[in-house]
Write a protein that binds this ligand. Sequence first.
Ligand code: ATP
Ligand code: MG
Length: 370
Amino acid sequence: MLFYSNLQSSMAHLQTLQLHQFRNIHQAELHFGPGLNLLVGDNAAGKTSVIESLWLLASGRSFRSHKPQQLIELEQKQLVLFCEVMQHDRHYKLGLQRDHQGLTLKINAEKQPSQSEFARHLPIQLLTPESHRLLEEGPKARRQFLDWGCFYHYPEFMPNWRHYSRALKQRNMNLKNPENRRDAAIWNPIMIEAGHSINQLRQRYLKEITPYILAFCERLMPELHTQAEFQFYPGWPATKPDFANLLHDNLQRDIQLGFTQYGCHRADIKIKINKNEPLIGLSRGQQKLFVCALLLAQARFLAEQTQDSVIMLIDDLPAELDLSHRINLLKLLDELKIQHLITTTALDLIPNPNECRAFQIHQGVIKPIN
Ligand SMILES: Nc1ncnc2c1ncn2[C@@H]1O[C@H](COP(=O)(O)OP(=O)(O)OP(=O)(O)O)[C@@H](O)[C@H]1O
Ligand SMILES: [Mg+2]
């Protein structure tokens, strides 16, 4: 396949992870290998919690709880996560502490004002039994897919996204307040300027990544002969392409609604598989494989453009895929030299787990398997 040349041997990888008072894990330390890492344990052992801790380090959020307090071990006052990453031959120590006062983030012992530097050092992708929701639910997950790529590829994306988000928040606050509704329009110029850049970058990313997605669909689901089409929706109707005019003309309507109806915050990707909606054109298993293709495309494109490599977290792989598709995916991850952490309830559900680092987890206690 055309994308497998030029893989760098110095790609980034996660070396260690320490958890302290995180969910049901009181204290644990994992030393990862560069390829396949397996975490094996019964239901409720704490497998998803380990995956969640890495996602929290990378994104500042949990994928299953909005309340940070729930992440702290019951009857404890704080949680601490610490990991070591090698990236472009440099060593980084990332520490996160959460207590009732809030969040403290440190890289190499230096305090960080925001999570974005953590994300830079930990380009993590996540596949869970719920990942097919990217195709099923509203546009948020599809926007996050685009923004993940824009964040790593285009340095101008993040400042523009911050400007846009702040202006949108202020505008919506004004729209809701009867005393200064008319002030909402003050925020239009910032939203228009930042929105223009966000819009361009998202379109560019989708265009650049599309051939990679198609190639990985073919590789993961050769039986399907997937003809996938991706159409970018900027967050406002094609019949009214001028966002500046649209914001201006819709002020009255926005005041009635109490929020900003159109803009980058409503962007989406319209996906068609063999001319159908994905939910009609694909079985449930194929939907999961399609999401895998999206993630692998991002990983490969990132590796080619930046020599950075993603760390792929796959929670409950057997729940995702049957044996032949599991073998296919593991082979692909190995070829692409992607470091991956996979959880499973039984070791024998993972084909050929010889070339791997394996850990057993039982009631929150983690031990290496020899
Ligand atoms: N804050 C907390 N303190 C202590 N225990 C917690 C906390 N939050 C969740 N738990 C418990 O941690 C356990 C581990 O949950 P987790 O979802 O990580 O298990 P799992 O190994 O992924 O299980 P499954 O195979 O069913 O997906 C559960 O029993 C849960 O009730
Ligand atoms: Mg789980």
